[in-house]
Ligand binder design. Structure first.
Ligand SMILES: Nc1ncnc2c1ncn2[C@@H]1O[C@H](COP(=O)(O)OP(=O)(O)O)[C@@H](O)[C@H]1O
Ligand SMILES: [Mg+2]
Length: 363
């Protein structure tokens, strides 16, 4: 099939790389021919975004997107003529933190206490109800920890409010987590569901740096609980494609942080680490192909992000159990330029391999 992707970044690039062996073709709508996907298919990067979308629609049999910040109006318009997966409901819900949290509440999925904030007075009231510390986040458009303010004292009311630049925001109670986990799943057009194992994520300055897959020492009951939350979300949104849930592991159980209607950075390990990668499974789902097995191939996998500068990538190239994935992006502070996947048969081998790649991790 001809698959149209709204966006042309590294996620589109990796979806295309996984989809060519299945005889699919790809088109992207983006901003410029320098983007990571540009050489991997037909690139519609015209001056006028409306023309890009129109050309992409003329090309495609099915459309998907790279980001939850995709315009819902565009998806609704496209969907009159072509299937768009995940559908409008998934996109509309996941692009707004308030709508997302309201859905968690409706489905009895535990999440941090929250209040929507539009005025300084709203914020004052929210702080008095939720308490401190708390995190103020823009309701839409945030990623990699951008658009967030950690409030520790009431003296910061004005400063926190001003940092939102007048856009709608949400105050969330601070969750004292033991570690951060994520669950990636895929749902097919025929309602088949498949789940990857929970993975463990380490962030630095709001940016994911390291994923360990599967997360170590996970009680099978905890995996089941996460899958249950996932299943009711997939069904409620009639989701088709990959869905990711970010979770906090706490002393009193799992707390859901947020979700993304797409392949996710914490699933990049699956390229070499699982029988079928998240990218291939997303492509299979949206094209109506049978979903692939999601089991890990190796006992231990890890993914290290390459952030800001390329660094000593030769170290990874010389390691038998490391795989380098670059996105064809130029160096810039805090930019995701690529990642390294590690596979290992023992905990010791995994730890040693991560140590060899320590230059890619924050000090
Ligand atoms: N309510 C919270 N309590 C504690 N830490 C949080 C909370 N919300 C976010 N964080 C931390 O900030 C990171 C980024 O926040 P997140 O809501 O996932 O936004 P983004 O869309 O930028 O990924 C999280 O991975 C977590 O480390
Ligand atoms: Mg997040």
């Amino acid at each position: 099939m001809k698959i149209g992707i709204l966006g042309a970044g590294q996620l589109g690039r990796m979806m295309a790389i996984s989809g060519y062996p299945l005889n699919h073709q790809f088109g992207f709508s983006g901003h410029s021919n320098d983007e990571p996907s540009a050489l991997l298919g037909h690139m519609f990067a015209l001056e006028n975004n409306a023309d890009n979308i129109e050309s992409l629609a003329a090309f495609a049999d099915v459309i998907t997107y790279e980001s939850e910040n995709t315009d819902v109006e565009i998806v609704r318009e496209l969907n009159k003529d072509i299937p768009v997966y995940p559908g409008e409901k998934s996109l509309f819900t996941t692009q707004h933190r308030g709508r997302e949290k309201a859905l968690f509440d409706k489905l009895n999925i535990p999440c941090a206490p929250y209040k929507m904030v539009n005025t300084l007075n709203d914020l004052r009231q929210a702080v008095s109800q939720i308490g401190l510390p708390a995190i103020l986040k823009t309701a839409t458009e945030g990623y990699d920890g951008k658009g967030q303010f950690l409030m520790r004292s009431e003296d910061q009311l004005q400063e926190a409010f001003d940092s939102m630049n007048g856009v709608e925001s949400i105050l969330e109670g601070f969750v004292n987590f033991k570690r951060e986990l994520s669950l990636i799943a895929v749902r097919g057009i025929d309602d088949d569901h498949k789940y990857y194992p929970l993975v463990e994520n380490t962030h630095h300055d709001g940016i994911l740096r390291l994923t360990i897959a599967p997360a170590q020492a996970i009680d099978p009951k905890v995996q089941k609980i996460a899958e249950h939350y996932m299943q009711i979300l997939l069904d409620e949104m009639d989701h088709v494609g990959v869905l990711t849930i970010e979770l906090f592991e706490t002393d009193s159980g799992l707390v859901v942080n947020e979700m993304a209607p797409r392949v996710h950075n914490s699933g990049h390990w699956s390229i070499e680490g699982a029988n079928t990668s998240q990218f291939e499974n997303h492509i299979r789902a949206i094209t109506g192909m049978p979903l692939g097995d999601t089991s890990p191939v190796h006992n231990f996998s890890a993914m290290i992000n390459i952030i800001g500068e390329l660094g000593p990538t030769d170290i990874a190239l010389k390691m038998a159990n490391a795989h380098l994935h670059l996105y064809d992006k130029s160096e810039r502070k805090n930019r995701k330029l690529g990642h390294i996947n590690i596979i290992a048969n023992s905990q010791e081998e995994l730890d040693n391999s991560i140590k060899q790649l320590k230059d890619f991790l924050p000090k």
